[in-house]
Design a protein around this ligand. Sequence first.
Ligand code: SF4
Ligand code: SF4
Length: 468
Amino acid sequence: MAPTMAEQPTRHGPLELHGLSVEGVNQCVHCGLCLAYCPTFSELGTEMDSPRGRIHMIKSLAAGRIALSDSVVEHLSLCLDCRACETVCPAGVPYGRLIEAAKAEIERQRPGRPLRRLLRRLSLRLLLEHPALLRLAAASLRVYQIVGLQGLVRRSGIARLLPGTLPAWEALLPPIPGASERAPLPPLIPAEGRKRARVALLTGCVQAVVFGAHNRATARILAKNGYEVAVPPEQGCCGALNAHGGDHERAVDMARRAIDVFERAGVDAVVVNTSGCGAHMKNYGLLLANDPAYAERAMRLARSVRDISEFLGREPLRGPLGPVPMTVTYHDPCHVVHGQKIRTEPRKLLAQIPGLKVVELQESDWCCGSAGIYNLTQPEMATRLLHRKVNHILATGAEAVVTANPGCILQIQAGLRAHGSEVPVLHIVEVLDRAYKSEGASTAPSETSPRSIAPAKPALDRAGDVAP
Ligand code: SF4
Ligand code: SF4
């Protein structure tokens, strides 16, 4: 069924939305194979909430046949950008790129009320671009939590009186860790045993202050596996949240900055443990394709980016690993499995841990409703998808959920709590780190995986050498 909004006269010219190419819309052959894999179509059953319907809308928008009406905005905004449709599309439609262009256009034409604009500017620009401010905000939130104010706000229901999406932000606020966990990592962590290569670790923006433990665990397991880990202190946000939020201009600036920083680090690969950031950085080549000063460098850096599971999962882990006797299930984050096409590597890594039993999760690669800040902007659909995910998790009987993205961890943990479940949600690096620390694992890494990457210069030019 075709979209039903009133059509307007066709505008001639290249298929783009305010400078962002949407040429890929023409690749769609309307076969509908993607429909059964789309979470919003599955929940609502309406064509305009399916990939095919949205592609039709984006094409009509770019051709000037329709305007950005309330209805069009609603259907496009309801898309999770989970890219499950991309995985199954036989025609190779680059759906993620199309929906990001559409969301940037929505942001440009319909920026919302002054309060919303102010909050977005504060969160997307001020905080993400100034790590010192972000650390200050984290410290203030920690005080808010430890003096008991958060408990009071939650018990009294005052949070519900806050404007806009603030109540949802408050409900999702994770426990902010202490100062030692929020402190920056040392700029260099030496490899243990025989050195294989030098890599850089993206410590991220929000990740660094909320999930510093994941960064530390990532650095430790890389070192255990023979990698020298550079942590450039001047690194900032990769720009993924800006791109997903429709702030294209700022996303481009942040990508340029990240390229400068990681080039200077002289590394063989840039390792990332947050899936949205990894998928976005792998897209830097396209993002900067029209920038003569950065186009080639962006392609080179993008080729060197590796998700932590992808990077370690290409060969056996260096042992010894101690036992982690528990039963877990694995949730595939959308921007790992669909955005980066990484499906087998996390399971291969978990299979190497003695005592760990992995039970498969039904619809493991369906979005949990987190999707960046989707759970804040579209709480109703996010909650429906979260219930679906939590029900599948509880049906496995697993003692813990393992995943690979902080957004999924917060969302699923909140969903489990709401169902009265205490099942913890862990990042895969925490499980691997636990195995290395477990009684029975020696402190000296063995040399069981002799494949080495010979150092040469310039390091990033050889990024393809470390590809799986
Ligand atoms: S996006 Fe791909 S799978 Fe979906 S209708 Fe178009 S061609 Fe078919
Ligand atoms: S990105 Fe996800 S929610 Fe959006 S159309 Fe594709 S499958 Fe559906």
